[in-house]
Write a protein that binds this ligand. Structure first.
Ligand code: G1P
Length: 245
C-alpha cells in the first residue's frame, strides 16, 4: 500500500481569531516564518504525499494566493470549494472526486512539531493494514477534542467534544488521520451530530460499527489546535523553541 494523497480541510470560519479572520483565513496566520497551513503541507510533502486537496470555503481565495500550485512546496495542489460549512465529514467528502486510494487528512489550522508525525502515522497505517488510523495525544481539556475509547490497539468508540464525565479516556484526536476509501461511504451514512454538523468522529464510529480496522497511534510531540489568539501565541513560542509546550 502506498499513501501519496492528502486532504487539508481549511473551510472553517475562525471566529475565535476575529477580527483578523474577517480579512485573513485563519490557516494563513503565521507560526514563525510561515503560515499555519504551510507547516501542514510541509509535513505532507515530507511524508511522501504528492497530491493534496485543499478544501476551502467561498471568500478564502487567500489560501490559493498564498500556496499557489504547490510547486514551491514539492506537492501538486487542487482546491475544492465547500459551498456551505456543514462539518468536517462533509469537507472530506468534498474531495472524493479527486482522491483515489488511501489518503491522509490533516486539519489546516493545527500545528504539530516535529513535522515527521505524519510519516509515522502513515507507516503505522500501512504496517497494520488499517482502514482508518487516528493520530492522538493525551489531552487535558477533553471538551475540545474527539476522544477515543480503546481496546487492544483498536479504537472501539469515539465521542466528539465530551464533558469530563462522558470522556472514555484522555486520548484526543489531533486532527490527523489516514483513511482507506471506505470512509466516503461511512460519511454518506453519517447524520448531523455535535453542533448540527456532519462530524468526522461520527463517520469513524460508523466504520467501527461495520467492524472495519480502526486503530490509533499516539503521536510523540506537540499538537496545538490554533483556534484562539492564545493558541497562536503558544504555537509561535513553541516553533521558536521558546517553550516546550
Ligand atoms: C476537530 C475534530 C476533533 C479533533 C480536533 C483537533 O475539531 O472534530 O475530533 O479532536 O479537530 O483539533 P475542531 O477543532 O475542528 O472543532
Amino acid at each position: 500500500m502506498k499513501v501519496n494523497k492528502g486532504l487539508i480541510p481549511a473551510a472553517g470560519s475562525g471566529s475565535r481569531l476575529g477580527p483578523f479572520t474577517k480579512a485573513i483565513p485563519k490557516e494563513l496566520l503565521p507560526v514563525g516564518d510561515k503560515a499555519t497551513i504551510e507547516h501542514v503541507v510541509e509535513a505532507m510533502s515530507l511524508a511522501g504525499i504528492e497530491e493534496v486537496v485543499i478544501v476551502i470555503s467561498p471568500h478564502k481565495h487567500g489560501l490559493s494566493d498564498y500556496l499557489g500550485s504547490g510547486k514551491r512546496l514539492g506537492v501538486r495542489l487542487t482546491y475544492v470549494v465547500q459551498d456551505e460549512r456543514r462539518g468536517l465529514a462533509d469537507a472530506v467528502l468534498a474531495g472524493e472526486h479527486v482522491l483515489k486510494g488511501p489518503f491522509a487528512v490533516v486539519l489546516g489550522d493545527n500545528f504539530f512539531t516535529p513535522n515527521t508525525f505524519l510519516s509515522d502515522l502513515i507507516s503505522y497505517h500501512i504496517e497494520c493494514n488499517a482502514d482508518a488510523t487516528l493520530g492522538v495525544v493525551e489531552v487535558d481539556d477533553v471538551s475540545r477534542y474527539g476522544i477515543i475509547d480503546v481496546e487492544g490497539g483498536r479504537v472501539v468508540d469515539m465521542i466528539e467534544k465530551p464533558t469530563q464525565s462522558q470522556a472514555p479516556s484522555k486520548l484526543g484526536s489531533i486532527g490527523a488521520y489516514v483513511f482507506q476509501e471506505c470512509i466516503f461511504d461511512a460519511i454518506r451514512k453519517t447524520q448531523p451530530g455535535h453542533m448540527g454538523e456532519y462530524q468526522l468522529t461520527d463517520s469513524i464510529k460508523i466504520l467501527i460499527g461495520e467492524k472495519k480496522r480502526v486503530i490509533y497511534r499516539k503521536v510523540n510531540g506537540i499538537h496545538i489546535d490554533v483556534g484562539t489568539p492564545q493558541d497562536l501565541m503558544r504555537a509561535n513560542a513553541c516553533y521558536m523553541n521558546l517553550i516546550d509546550d
